[in-house]
Unconditional design. Sequence first.
Length: 641
Amino acid sequence: MLGMCGICGKILLDETKRVSEEEIRAVNALLHHRGPDEEGYFVRRQVAFGHKRLSIIDLATGRQPITNEDESCVIIFNGEIYNFQELREPLEKKGHRFKTKSDTEVILHLYEEEGENCVEKLRGMFAFAIWDEKKKSCLLARDRVGKKPLYYALTPDSFLFASELKALLVEPSISREIDLKALHYYLTFQYVPAPQSIFKSVKKLESAHTLIFQNGAVRTRRYWDLPYIPKMNITEEEALKRTDAIIDEAVRIRLLSEVPLGCFLSGGVDSSAIVSYMRRHITGDLKTFSIGFEEETHNELPYARKVAELFETKHQEFIVRQDAIDILPKLVWHFDEPYADSSAIPTYYVSKMTRQFVTVALNGDGGDESFLGYERYVGLPRVRQYMKIPRPLRILLQPLAHVLFKTFPESTRIEKFFYANTFSLYDEARLYLQMMTVFREYQKDFLYGSLMREMLRMDAYQFPLKYYYDGMADTPVEHKVRSDIMTYLPGALLPKVDRTTMANSLEGRAPFLDHCLMEYAAKLPTQIRFGDGTLKYHLKKVLKDKLPHEILWRRKQGFAVPVGDWFKKDLSAFARDILLSEKARRRGYLNMKYVGKILDDHRTGRQNHHHRIWALLCLELWFMTFLDRGDISSGPITLGR
């Protein structure tokens, strides 16, 4: 098992031409943070692979790229395969000879036996590439839920791929023309979903997909899905035992490491559960790491301390203050694309602190998706209250609400009446997606400048709705969670963790995202998993003898950042200077008058726009980083404050 890495490659379409090692070295250099321990290259005629390694297991012999016995196939790999040892034995019996003890070589020999279908036997997180000299083809693959990233581009003369988009921008043939559809998605959902990237010339390989490049063409295929029907026949008592066992196994297999290992601990149910299961298998030092804020409304440190004391961990804490905004240019550089989840700030800081003590950290990601933990799954209380007004009356009110809003667009009260009445008339799917939205449809009508007006005709919600209504789930709550797992999880949550941990050369492992655990949870009867409608009902019953009542049953807080307060105080001027600069005004994507209104309304308290200001700020800093500079190899931009 190797650990987290960066991978990249270039394959020329003309077999008579040659790729130079200098070309692939230039691409690989921008992945250094993903693997600072060593690097390796494979260059043969029209094919070049590059690899950056963060060593976790098989420190002595696991250097990549790795070739098979006759060197007809070569692999570069990023990730961890937790069942590689059980896969290795039958391969050895079939005559495959191993040069290393790594999981990477197991994948390569498994490919020789099963071709593209080899991915179906892998348990773990991964992105890898295999060049097959005999077939003159390249296989790319990504893990089932999308923990490890992979970008690719097909130009007139080459096929390129890399763990991060910025590495591909070294290539002069990669155009930086903005994909307006991707920008429309970003301003709706705060991230750019696969297969789009922010640039028209580059695509993301979707989670649970393989890609074959051969004869100048690209073919992709989904190899895994997560259906919620049919349900298994199981009693609640049996389910409690099986859930406990499968979580325990998912944690246990992620403890293998030749370097120091610890756990993120927020004080919430999921991370506290992971610590409790880790303690079953670790009798010595167990290191835990927490982040807090000066603002008490956002601070969970007392709960994290309680869990750390209960399980006698070596606990470290860090306080995020308002000046944390100074790392925003660095985050923008690491994320490669516009990305607007402000919890990337504490995730970055907890990763940075954790890396001082360990190289691997487990976390509680995925618990909300597998065990139904988000409050949005039960709806918004205010909307539920408003929907008590008879629907026929709300339908009659809609023309009046629309006219009033058009007549008095500056009125916050009328705007709230308009969108409450509008939302209340949506079907359940669209109403749910409003909870995931940064800029609502009517707001984009004001926000979009001349370059974006055509996007107003495109329904951004069709992207998540195709999973909501695809027939793979049959209850309202599981329609929502399936949509999340297919969109929000790989698009927003997992990139946040990957980029912030990798920025600090730290490997993150998420037991709740073990695909065997996820498949099991999806097939649990809804009445067992969701009970009386209580969030995490089943998981809390599993954990009732492991964690204190106040940890299990307190209201979910999440990794929220007090940016709303920050933007009302010292950061108000900072945001205004960036968003209303002359350079921003000239871009043409946004209506600067409306941007100014958002800033003013938030500063004066007329309306809470903190997440919209954050999204706009991240976008403008992304423009400054990736569009305004020709050469990005120097790293993040510098802001003077």
